[in-house]
Design a protein around this ligand. Structure first.
Ligand code: AHM
Ligand code: MG
Length: 315
């Protein structure tokens, strides 16, 4: 049995970096306990506020942000927190070596129906400033609060998966997640078809054509509505996730946020042998222009992502 603490020591000599990952693991373990009983504690529903993205905040969005903020503020290795739920970056008094960007509770529209939600985070060197490309990440991870609480982590090497046991210990369950090269599953919100560009429409239509289509095989569609759950599935058994730029999201640059959704997920998927793209470039090469910047997101099994890239190259 390998615990998170043992894995961290093997993964990096940098004790400060290890401590940042431990802070996020501690925050997530605390959140897992909160989420488990939230309907009893009356913590479901709206908080009555709107965040900087113009989205109605749920009570648990606010609670999750507070829990992550508390754990990171206590850690002298962290200088800055960027959160989906906070308009501005929080600069701590500590001159720590790391910046953390987080979506403290991803998929919160699924909260009231007891479907998997999660916490996503990205760790960057403080020296690079707030706006760094995904390629600059020194660690990234996410936690999925599902039937089991799972944490996916990458520092420099392999992508590792841990499960929170009953005693509060994170136990490694997968040492090196590998996204299969090919897959027969795709994830996209098909209700948005009327907004899609030609590349997205072309790719999805080919998949739906099944054995008779150019892909020559049958596909299934899966869309949880929580990116953490969709990406965990892709890391375990392959597939592709698409939230492309469409005619409704063009003015915003996309739907999902670069610093704390797209970049950590792209870093994890690429670390597990998959690919990521906006359609035009690798997500990890996108130069950020704002902390809440949005970006088109296409990632997963390399063969599938290449097919989408081919469609974009045509138009
Ligand atoms: P959130 O951070 O406000 O929860 O939004 C992000 C979520 C992703 O988890 C998910 O993939 C996507 O939004 C779902 O979008 P849609 O509502 O179009 O299905
Ligand atoms: Mg999110």
């Amino acid at each position: 049995m390998t615990t998170l603490a043992q894995w961290l020591v093997a993964e990096t000599e940098d004790a400060a970096l290890r401590s940042v990952v431990v802070s996020m693991a501690d925050a997530s373990a605390e959140l897992a306990a909160v989420l488990r009983v939230a309907p009893i504690a009356g913590q479901t529903g709206l908080a009555g506020h709107t965040n900087v993205q113009g989205e109605a905040q749920k009570a648990l969005d606010v609670i999750s942000n507070d829990v992550v903020l508390k754990h990171l503020r206590e850690n002298p290795a962290v200088s800055v927190l960027i959160s989906e739920e906070l308009d501005d970056a929080v600069h701590f008094e500590n001159q720590g070596a790391f910046i953390v960007a987080t979506d403290p509770l991803d998929g919160s529209s699924n909260l009231d129906v007891n479907v998997t939600v999660g916490t996503i985070f990205s760790v960057l060197p403080s020296a690079g400033g707030l706006l760094q490309k995904g390629r600059a990440q020194v660690a990234a991870g996410f936690v999925a609060y599902g039937p089991a609480t799972s944490m996916v982590l990458r520092i420099a090497g392999d992508v590792s998966v841990f499960t929170l046991d009953g005693g509060g210990e994170w136990v490694q369950v997968v040492a090196a997640a590998t996204v299969p090269e090919a897959s027969g599953e795709f994830a996209i919100n098909t209700a948005r078809e009327r907004f899609w560009d030609a590349a997205t429409l072309g790719y999805v239509k080919e998949n739906i054509a099944g054995e008779a289509g150019p892909a020559g095989k049958r596909y299934n569609m899966r869309w949880v509505g929580s990116m953490v759950a969709d990406i965990l599935r892709i890391l375990m058994r392959g597939g592709i996730f698409l939230y492309p730029l469409d005619s409704e999201t063009t003015s915003k640059g996309g739907r999902l946020r670069l610093l704390y959704e797209a970049n950590p997920m792209a870093w994890l998927v690429e670390g597990a042998g998959g690919r990521s793209t906006t359609g035009r470039q690798d997500i990890l090469d996108v130069e950020p222009t704002g902390i809440h910047q949005r970006v088109p997101v296409i990632l997963g099994s390399a063969e599938e992502v290449r097919r989408v890239e081919d469609w974009y190259a045509r138009g």
